[in-house]
Design a protein around this ligand. Structure first.
Ligand SMILES: N[C@@H](CCC(=O)N[C@@H](CS)C(=O)NCC(=O)O)C(=O)O
Length: 210
């Protein structure tokens, strides 16, 4: 298996999940800053021009973070990365979709790719502010979901790897104040060896702790 990633992108969630599973895999760097997602050979392999993407041993490519995370968890049940009940799995998918489709795509993307949301430079501060508001509202809702639990679903799951990149970005890239239990979750994630290995491999170790 091979993960196509770019350092400090949302592919970090999949990188962590692969480390949690502990089976051999390869990493292939698609440097987003250099526009490698639009260049060959990646452009042909993944016409969506996004990371993460997972090249599986049968030669097929799987895209979209929630699908990759779920596939890895389902095909590696011994890692215990999914709740056992259907209700638990439905709640997990509900959270993952909200984190990726709303908090990341509608929130962080406005902050990081501001010009893509308006043709008018003068409007960019307002777009950024909207992005920050979406992220803050999202983290507030996620804080309520987390409550006093150690992890989003109680036991550790793929949803926590997804929450990690959001809270990590909030703290290190946007310097947002995050709710106390989200800061606690971030610290708990930093203590996991799989997270430490993924961060170190991406050159990100030791960032993001309050
Ligand atoms: N919906 C996709 C979105 C992935 C995504 O937006 N990835 C970003 C990195 S965090 C990317 O590849 N951006 C490159 C670009 O937009 O040019 C997923 O869930 O995997």
């Amino acid at each position: 298996m091979k993960l196509f990633y770019s350092p400090n992108s949302c592919a970090l969630a999949i990188h962590i999940i692969l480390e949690e599973i502990g089976k051999p895999y390869e990493l292939d760097l698609v440097n987003l800053r250099e526009g490698a997602q639009y260049k060959q050979p990646y452009a042909t392999l993944n016409p969506k021009a996004k990371v993460p993407a997972l090249l599986r041993d049968d030669g097929t490519l799987l895209t979209e973070l929630p699908a990759i995370a779920w596939y890895l968890a389902r095909t590696n049940p011994a890692a215990g990365l999914l709740p056992e009940s259907i209700e638990g799995e439905a709640r997990l998918l509900e959270l993952v979709d909200y984190m990726v489709a709303t908090v990341h795509m509608r929130g962080f993307t406005r902050i990081f790719r501001t010009a893509a949301f308006t043709p008018t430079t003068a409007d960019e501060p307002a777009v950024q502010q909207t992005g920050k508001d979406i992220v803050k509202d999202g983290l507030k809702l996620l804080s309520q979901s987390l409550g006093a639990k150690a992890y989003l679903l109680g036991d550790y799951s793929i949803a926590d790897a997804v929450l990690f990149y959001l809270e990590y970005w909030a703290v290190t890239r946007v310097q947002l104040h995050v709710p106390e239990n989200i800061a606690g979750h971030l610290a708990r994630m930093h203590a996991r060896p799989a997270v430490q290995r993924a961060l170190a491999a991406e050159g990100l170790a030791a960032e993001g702790l309050a």
